[in-house]
Design a protein around this ligand. Structure first.
Ligand code: PLP
Ligand code: COI
Length: 344
């Protein structure tokens, strides 16, 4: 399917965060109460029932993780066990069939190996983005979960999520939209959460912001998360990040917290009132796609307040250290002391 993509001549260093066809995807069906064999497919399309629950009632969940090529030529997949656990939680959250962790692992490794030529070279700054997804396949008109599911994994080589890369960008607070409800689906990686964020994201982009910093949907007093990424800040040498039941538990955030502790930096996961933005020294959006993208300024569009975080437009020293350490571990340049990488 990707005969047109010549990886010998690809401009790896200038890849965007976008879709590129690759050689294979992998698929597995759940029917009659069990998962079937794993299929290797070269097709970019799927056939499904017109009444499938994924299409009508939003039974769709996904994941995002990355594989990196090291200086030693080896491929490392970052923390795939955590994505395996999280997609099971997402499945349970919207009454889908949880994928066995072993099956998830086997399929991730298989799809990366099948598309090995698309794993960007060491030093390019790019990586192979791995996108697992599960959809409800059964035909329903009544609002009920499916009993047949399809789990698939596609991959695409990608560059930085924010085109600025590791350069601080501006973000905004907007109270007009919530991406999730207080006791809704925010803690799961459900397609509908992203649908709910499109309008706000589009408005923010058209005003020149890279993302929306969402507030907690109940009281709108505390910081929640930052578009498709978690939020963290550095305050008086401490790493602070929102504790909230309406945000996605980010594996990158979890890893950065561990790295911070390893570096002797105290970590606080707690409610962060908006006003506290006045007293932070550094801030960043963190996630698989975003890695740790520094924030220069946060504009509150409703009150007109501006929180200037990086007046010189440079990433802060602690954010830089955390970013470099995370990248170093992912690429195999630094010791993987916590056993986060699956090395192929
Ligand atoms: N928050 C949201 C809403 C996301 O979509 C993502 C991306 O996966 C994250 C946070 C970051 O999570 P992770 O670090 O596991 O990629
Ligand atoms: C990721 O970081 O993997 C994400 O899910 C972001 C994505 C929605 C673009």
């Amino acid at each position: 399917m990707s005969a047109a993509v010549n990886t010998e001549t690809l401009d790896w260093a200038n890849l965007a965060f976008g879709y590129m066809p690759t050689d294979y995807n992998v698929r597995c069906r759940f029917a009659d109460g069990k998962w079937g064999p794993v299929e290797e497919s070269t097709s970019e399309t799927i056939e499904m029932h017109i009444a499938a629950t994924a299409l009508h009632y939003g039974q769709e969940i996904f994941e995002g993780l990355k594989a990196f090529r090291g200086k030693d030529g080896k491929i490392r997949i970052f923390r795939l066990e955590e994505n395996a656990k999280r997609i099971r939680e997402s499945a349970k959250g919207i009454m889908m069939e949880p994928i066995p962790e072993d099956l998830f692992r086997e399929m991730v490794i298989r799809v990366v190996k099948l598309n090995e030529r698309f794993v960007p070279p060491y030093g390019s700054g790019a990586s192979l983005y791995i996108r697992p997804l599960e959809i409800g396949m059964s035909a329903r008109i009544g609002v009920k979960p499916a009993d047949e599911y399809m789990f698939m994994i596609m991959v695409s080589p990608v560059g930085p999520y924010f085109k600025e890369g590791f350069r601080p960008t501006n973000i905004c607070i907007m109270r007009e939209f919530d991406r999730v409800a207080p006791k809704g689906t925010g803690r799961w990686k459900v397609g509908g959460n992203y649908a709910a964020s499109l309008d706000a994201g589009d408005r923010a982009h058209s005003l020149g912001y890279s993302a929306v910093l969402y507030l907690d949907p109940k009281e709108k007093k505390y910081l929640d998360e930052c578009g498709p990424a978690n939020f963290f800040a550095i305050k008086e040498g401490k790493y602070i990040t929102p504790a909230s039941e309406s945000i996605l538990p980010s594996i990158t955030n979890m890893s950065l917290q561990q790295i911070a502790r390893d570096l002797g930096i105290e970590v606080e996961a707690r409610h962060i009132p908006i006003e506290e933005l006045d007293s932070i020294d550094e801030a960043a959006a963190c996630g698989t796609a975003a890695v740790a993208s520094p924030i220069a300024r946060i504009d509150d569009l409703d009150t007109g307040r501006q929180y200037v975080i990086a007046p010189d437009g440079q990433p802060g020293p602690i954010t830089t250290r955390l970013y470099d350490t995370l990248r170093g571990i992912q690429l195999g340049d630094l010791p993987d002391t916590h056993g986060w990488n699956t090395v192929l």
